[in-house]
Structure formats: C-alpha cells, structure tokens
Design a protein around this ligand. Structure first.
Ligand SMILES: C[S@@+](CC[C@H](N)C(=O)[O-])C[C@H]1O[C@@H](n2cnc3c(N)ncnc32)[C@H](O)[C@@H]1O
Length: 222
C-alpha cells in the first residue's frame, strides 16, 4: 500500500503515532530509554557542531528524557534548557531521568503543534522532523519562527542523507524505519534547508559530524 500499517497493527492512526508508542507506561519508558542512550555516544558532537554559546535560553522541543539537554548544559555553562514534551513524557522524565540537581534544566508540558511555545534564543528539534510529512514540519517550524527571539535560531539534529540518497547506510535504514512506523522519512541537508526557508529561517548551514547524527542550523534575523 506504500504506507505504514500502524492502524492495522495497533488500531491507532499513525497521525497519532505517539499515542500508539505510549500505549502503556512500560512501552513509554522503554522508548525513552531507547531515545536516551544514543546521546551518550553522539550528543557532544551534535551540540558542538556549531558554536551555540551565544544562545543562552534554549528550548528542546520533544526533549524526551533530557539527554541532549544535559549535553547542552555541560557544553555551554551559561545556558538554561527547557525540555518541552507531552505531559506524560515530562512526568516520567522528571521522575526517572532528570534530577533536581540539574538546576539549569526545567520542563514545559504541551503539544508543540497546538500549545503556546516558550520564547527562547534557540530551539532544538532532535529526531523530530523525521517523524512528520513536509507539511507538518513546515507547520511546526512556522510556530517556532513566531516564538523565537529575533537573532535566535533553530538547530535540527537528524541523520542526513547524501544528496543522491546513496547513503549513509544508517540514514537509509532509519528512513526505512520511518516509512514503516511514522509519517516521515530521513532527508538531505538541502531538503531540511527548504523546510527551514519555507518557515522564514535564513543563513542555513549544516555540519556533518562523522557520527550517526548531524546538525542543521537556521537563523531568525534580528
Ligand atoms: C523521536 S523522539 C525524539 C526525542 C529526543 N528529541 C531525542 O532525540 O532523543 C520524539 C519526541 O517528540 C515528542 N513529541 C511527539 N509529538 C509531540 C507533540 N505533539 N508535542 C510535544 N512533544 C511531542 C515525543 O514524546 C518524543 O519525546
């Protein structure tokens, strides 16, 4: 049928992907551990792919377990990070992943497609856009552009495909996984730049880290 079989398998539309993934607390915690682990290996590379030190107020949209937020506070001693995620994810993240000792990390519960986004200098979208269609990505990026302070930016963290789709193999396999499980796919840097530009961001740059995940930075003019 050329599309995922979520509805048949789980009785839930893939548009409500996270409702299906989070069908029980146990499944949700498993998913959060899965999300958490990779940033111990590649987290520092993606948060230092660009010098993010000018951005003091950071909001990690879909920040999940907070692993990348911790990488940010460790690489940039002057920043604070708000983890924005669905209410039940925030609850579990607070209980199991982020300790009160992490004083520069806070939480904000909400739906990034519907609710007010906190104002920030920098928004991080790590492994978020690959879940969604181009239309949904632009909708989310436009919301971010509106909330972003002038002179601020958005950092996309994704596994970038080569221009001709010929690799890297890991990104191709992730793209297959996205086809099976989500509405999205992995993309090339040019495709991400087009999404960012459609939402108003300028001066778009990308950086290949040499590890699994790469970074794309787009700016909002002052
Ligand atoms: C693929 S995970 C990526 C997690 C994290 N950014 C990382 O790279 O480890 C997607 C995240 O987006 C969150 N999410 C999905 N839909 C959301 C929505 N509508 N509003 C807020 N968060 C959402 C999920 O709960 C999950 O934490």
């Amino acid at each position: 049928e050329g599309k995922n079989q979520y509805e048949k398998a789980f009785g839930v539309s893939s548009q409500d992907l996270f409702q299906a993934l989070y069908r029980s607390d146990e499944e949700m915690v498993k998913f959060m551990h899965l999300m958490n682990s990779i940033w111990n290996i590649c987290g520092k590379d993606v948060v230092t792919a660009f010098d993010l030190s000018p951005f003091k107020v950071i909001c990690d949209l879909g920040g999940c377990s907070g692993a990348l937020a911790k990488q940010c506070t460790s690489a940039y001693p002057e920043c604070t990070v708000t983890i924005f995620d669905l209410p039940k994810v925030v609850r579990v993240s607070r209980e199991h992943f982020v300790s009160e000792a992490d004083q520069r990390i806070s939480f904000h519960e909400g739906d990034f497609f519907k609710d007010h986004l906190p104002e920030a200098d920098l928004y991080i979208l790590a492994r978020i856009l690959h879940d969604w269609t181009d239309e949904r990505c632009i909708e989310l990026l436009r919301r971010i552009y509106k909330a972003c302070k002038p002179g601020g930016a958005v950092l996309l963290v994704e596994a970038l495909l080569n221009e001709d789709g010929s690799g890297p193999l890991t990104a191709q396999l992730y793209s297959l996984n996205m086809l099976v499980q989500t509405e999205g796919r992995e993309r090339t840097d040019v495709q991400y730049a087009a999404l960012l530009a459609a939402a108003g961001f300028t001066n778009i740059q990308h950086c290949l880290t040499g590890k699994i995940y790469d970074a794309v930075l787009g700016h909002k003019e002052t």
